[in-house]
Design a protein around this ligand. Structure first.
Ligand SMILES: N[C@@H](CCC(=O)N[C@@H](CS)C(=O)NCC(=O)O)C(=O)O
Length: 317
């Protein structure tokens, strides 16, 4: 029962994801690790699970104390950023299906900054026992702990662009809109019906760090719990028709672009990365597909996907 409660709490904040996909989301209905990746797995137990997940989802999953790291990309990134601040050793503690984690990932991947991933078990959170902060994402940057997606991005951005000055009002506004509005529209959509709740939990449990028993329990009890929780969330955030709210949010965003390729103009800025990051997890679920079919957001989304830099080598730990 306690486990179910934890799962509900997790999924309430999770609003599901897809991401580790990196650039591959362009090619596959379910986000996958780019085919150019070489996967080396030093943990026999997680190797077994990786195979199991791959076979059921067609996607590379990162389970247990899994990590993804690109040494090749690391040296490239150092060259690209030569002369400026380059974080070197990054470890992201995350849930694969967490919109806030995906915001951070979008920032890192756009900036071609390689990072390791540690997939946190949402039930016992043993991977982040060392930290006083009990949520994800947590990003360790050269040994320093950073928490809260917006703060993490602000800190890294500030260090990489010390002369960039204060953020313009437009970008600030839309980043705030993501945290205060957009994320709240996601859960009611991905858990809208029993079928969609099950689809979402299939994704979450397939990509998350769960033991075999936890996975089975989580998929069905989590989906059932979140179906009901999402109805409460709808009320809390004054949403009457969840799809309508999602489509409106997508249209609002396209309007905000005012005909520009990106909010940032010819290149994405932190506003683009925030919207893209939180939507990426749901993009290939039914809710995300509906959103793209019924609104004008698809072209911008595809442009954003093409801006993510794939890493070339991955190591699972
Ligand atoms: N404001 C935080 C929110 C982070 C957050 O709520 N993360 C959720 C996962 S999506 C979490 O860790 N919830 C606590 C839990 O799972 O117990 C951020 O932007 O990083």
């Amino acid at each position: 029962m306690a486990t179910v409660r934890k799962l509900s709490r997790l999924a309430t904040t999770i609003r599901t994801s897809s991401s580790a996909s990196i650039s591959s989301t362009r090619r596959h209905p379910i986000p996958q690790t780019p085919s150019s990746y070489t996967i080396t797995n030093t943990n026999p137990a997680s190797h077994t699970r990786t195979h199991w997940f791959s076979s059921i989802s067609g996607a590379q999953s990162f389970t247990g104390r899994n990590a993804l790291y690109s040494t090749a990309a690391a040296s490239e990134a150092r060259e690209v950023h030569e002369g400026s601040y380059v974080p070197k050793d990054l470890v992201l503690y995350q849930y694969q299906a967490c919109p806030f984690c995906n915001k951070v990932k979008a920032f890192l991947e756009y900036n071609d900054i390689p990072y390791k991933i540690v997939e946190v078990n949402p039930i016992n959170k043993k991977e982040i026992k060392w930290s006083d902060y009990k949520k994800v994402p947590i990003l360790k940057v050269d040994g320093e702990q950073m928490v809260d997606s917006t703060d993490i991005i602000d800190k890294l951005h500030q260090r990489m662009h010390p002369d960039s000055g204060t953020e313009d009002d437009e970008t600030k506004k839309w980043r705030g809109w993501v945290d205060n509005h957009l994320v709240h529209v996601l859960s009611p959509n991905i858990y809208r019906s029993p079928t969609e709740a099950l689809e979402s939990f299939d994704y979450i449990t397939t990509h998350g760090n769960f033991s075999f028993t936890e996975r089975l329990l989580a998929k069905y009890s989590g989906a059932a719990a979140m179906y009901f929780v999402s109805k409460k969330l709808k009320k809390r955030h004054n949403i009457t028709d969840e799809r309508k709210a999602l489509y409106e949010a997508a249209e609002t965003w396209v309007d905000a672009l005012k005909g520009r390729q990106y909010l940032g103009g010819s290149e994405p800025n932190l506003g683009d990365l925030a919207v893209f990051g939180v939507l990426r997890p749901i993009r290939y679920l039914t809710a995300g597909k509906d959103m793209v079919e019924n609104t004008r957001i698809g072209e911008w989304f595809t442009r954003m996907e093409s801006q993510m830099k794939p890493q070339h080598e991955a190591t699972l730990q």
